[in-house]
Design a binder for this molecule. Structure first.
Ligand SMILES: Nc1ncnc2c1ncn2[C@@H]1O[C@H](COP(=O)(O)OP(=O)(O)OP(=O)(O)O)[C@@H](O)[C@H]1O
Length: 263
């Protein structure tokens, strides 16, 4: 359902010159699976998810989502995904109900189908008691539920969540994780990014540990621990980060030595 092959993205940054945000990222995610992109700030998670959701075009490689190529057929990709970005906004002057309805209409859902879908989602996410609360009056937890509701209102087979629990208290985090598992059990194909090992352990059938724009390791959490002979994900994560830093340092030193050699 999601196939990513050798994906790369570079940006021309005013201060830093060319920034290689993502290099040679590959993975697959099937229906009924949660695939995690685990990495620290600046690792390349958001860039990868933006490419999958057609917000950005890759510089190299390719990605196929729900059977459609993100570059050749972005409209069909958009029709088959729900994308919750880390900065998904809630409009201050719309109620929870109006906002979700607005997105349902944008997706072209017929009136009756939309109403039925919204009743289901508001019940499922326990949003009925704030149907009529304006965005400006919502708590962070309410806003997150509305964001999830608008992401799934058109019942897409593929869901892409960028750090869905970031900034939430433990109670709301728990609800969000639980809902992601329920969506998985409905057969959705789910990719999400996080920097929490705990979330990966709880949710993911497969994970890619991403650092410095590159996948350092990819597989099921159990396989990875065995392959790298590490006791838990945290130790594995730090071991991979250290080894990537060491490789980058030695590549820098080699380049510096080469630049000093006479031609
Ligand atoms: N539009 C852009 N222009 C220049 N550089 C960018 C742009 N977008 C991302 N980058 C750079 O690409 C790298 C990867 O960023 P990205 O946002 O994908 O990381 P991330 O893993 O999602 O981190 P975070 O958790 O902080 O969001 C960073 O060095 C970032 O500064």
């Amino acid at each position: 359902m999601i196939h990513v092959e050798g994906l790369g993205k570079s940006f021309l940054d005013y201060q830093r010159g060319w920034v290689s945000a993502v290099r040679d990222v590959s993975f697959d995610c099937r229906p009924g699976e949660v695939f995690g992109l685990l990495g620290p700030n600046g690792a390349g998670k958001t860039t990868t998810l933006r490419i999958l959701s057609t917000v950005l075009k890759p510089t190299s490689g390719r990605a196929v989502v729900a059977g459609y190529d993100v570059v050749q057929d972005p409209e069909n990709v958009r029709r088959h995904i729900g994308y919750m970005s880390a900065s998904t906004g809630i409009y201050d002057r719309m109620t929870a109900w109006e906002l979700v309805e607005y997105f349902g209409r944008l997706y072209g859902l017929p009136k009756d189908r939309l109403r039925e879908r919204m009743e289901t989602i508001f019940g499922w996410l326990k949003m009925d008691d704030f149907r009529n609360v304006l965005g400006s009056k919502m708590s962070t937890g309410m806003k997150q539920k509305v964001s999830i509701a608008r992401t799934i209102v058109h019942d897409p087979p593929v869901l892409i969540f960028d750090e869905p629990t970031s900034g939430l208290d433990v109670l709301v985090q728990r609800v969000v994780l639980q809902k992601i598992l329920e969506l998985r059990d409905l057969g959705k194909t789910i990719v999400f990014s996080t920097h929490s090992m705990h979330e990966v352990e709880r949710l993911c059938s497969r994970v890619a540990i991403i650092y410095r724009g590159e996948v350092q390791a990819e597989g099921t959490p159990d396989d990875l621990l065995k392959r790298f002979d590490q006791p838990d994900l945290e130790e594995l994560f730090f071991a991979l980060v250290e080894s990537a830093d060491a490789r980058s340092l030695s590549a820098g030193a080699t380049a510096e030595t080469a630049s000093r050699l006479p031609n």
